[in-house]
Ligand binder design. Sequence first.
Ligand code: KG4
Ligand code: ZN
Length: 376
Amino acid sequence: MKSQFTVLAIETSCDETSAAIVCQNESGVHVRSNIVSSQIQLHAKWGGVVPSLAAREHVVNIIPVIKQAFLEAHILPEHVDCIAVTNRPGLIPALLIGTMTAKTLSWLWKKPLIGIHHIEGHIYANSIENDKEETLSNIPHTKNEHRKKEFNFPILALVVSGGHTQIVLMRNHVTYEIIGETQDDAAGEAFDKVARLLGLEYPGGPAVSREAKKYREQTPQIQRGIVLPRPMIQSKNYHFSFSGLKTAVLTVVKKTPPDVLPQIIPEICHEFQQAVIDVLTEKTLRAAQEFSPKTILLAGGVSANIELRAQLEKKVHEEFSDVTYLVPSLEYSVDNAVMIGAAACFRWKIMSAKEREQAKKSWKSLEISAHERMRT
Ligand code: KG4
Ligand code: ZN
């Protein structure tokens, strides 16, 4: 392999149309460009992502987004070694647009094509080097983000997104053992549903965490002493359940007089967020005791939650001082194509010459899937 490997990555599994140029060399995975066209405004009025609308927007945006990714990276298609695309899991109409575009470019430019699992991408967001620290320093982050992004195995990954909540054990690159997962709602989904029943905007995660911050920073005039459950925190496995927690919030809302509710929304959000964080951190640390990882990492859209990032980091440092803690930069926590390109770099490294040759014909065979689980 030549010293620099360059990937064009495409991500359209949900409501972001994204393309990126990513390079891997001896010093790690570097971002040459990252273009994300968000559809949040479009879906906000429906309170969630509408698959057919998402696909229509992807169709409009995908070519301009890819063009922009090349322009900002100052490279030409002939410099690309491989094309990577999210082909599973996700909304079928949305996945179709990204994969059809990637297949067409792979055929046209005669480049190998690799299909990447969306969650594998979220995990590999932790391998992206922070080359622009000065820009990042304007946003809250933990000091850990500036550490070199090395994957020391075994790795324990806490994956928390809108569709997934899993604890994943990795004994090597692109090798995944799901040791626990949610039995119902994902953590991000719970944030979104709680926001909705409190009348907060979509997506719910940032809205709930903003309200929770208000509670911590201002002394509320009315305090209810709200206590919510920590579902399955004592169970002997690494599974989760968040739908009961959402119902517990609904019960509080129903019991509260409508004129009082707006005043206690920050307290509800604070307690809800803390309940989610308590369960996630407790189970992750317990899994760390059993599996003795060298690295614990956080991945998925909910990893943008500042309190979760900070509280898990503190606990890991207190209880496992030898373990490296990795979190993605905030811009790579939520959906983006850079993470898909990063995962592709590591997949390519372990592919045989035959597999690399076969990847040139993937434009014919690559399939999409709405629910497929992550596998090696
Ligand atoms: O990974 P992601 O962008 O898309 C999926 O793969 O699902 O995750 C989106 C999820 C949404 O449920 C959103 O509410 C949640 O991540 N999220 C957050 C925060 N930012 C995004 N949850 C809690 N706190 C946040 N700051
Ligand atoms: Zn995601």
